[in-house]
Design a protein around this ligand. Sequence first.
Ligand SMILES: [Zn+2]
Length: 93
Amino acid sequence: MSIETVKKVVELSSSLHGGCVHCNASTVDSDDGIAVGVNHYVTEHGYRVLHVGQQSSWAPDGKQLWHSTVALLGHDNPPADKKPPEIIVGGNS
Ligand SMILES: [Zn+2]
């Protein structure tokens, strides 16, 4: 796969915790770093690592500088995204 053929890019960050965009796996856990998420996308969905680097951002209080590791993963024939969760308003619960 060359980078010119990439049709979808996923970003993982050690400061953001979220689930996989394709399935319900929770890809990033604060204790495991982003390697677990990277491995998930590579082995489960066929992504390739495009870039790994460092990102710095100011904390909401504007006093602390947060450093995080980011990874960009690309796919030239990505599987479909998972459907957003169904929201039922006013259901019988
Ligand atoms: Zn997944």
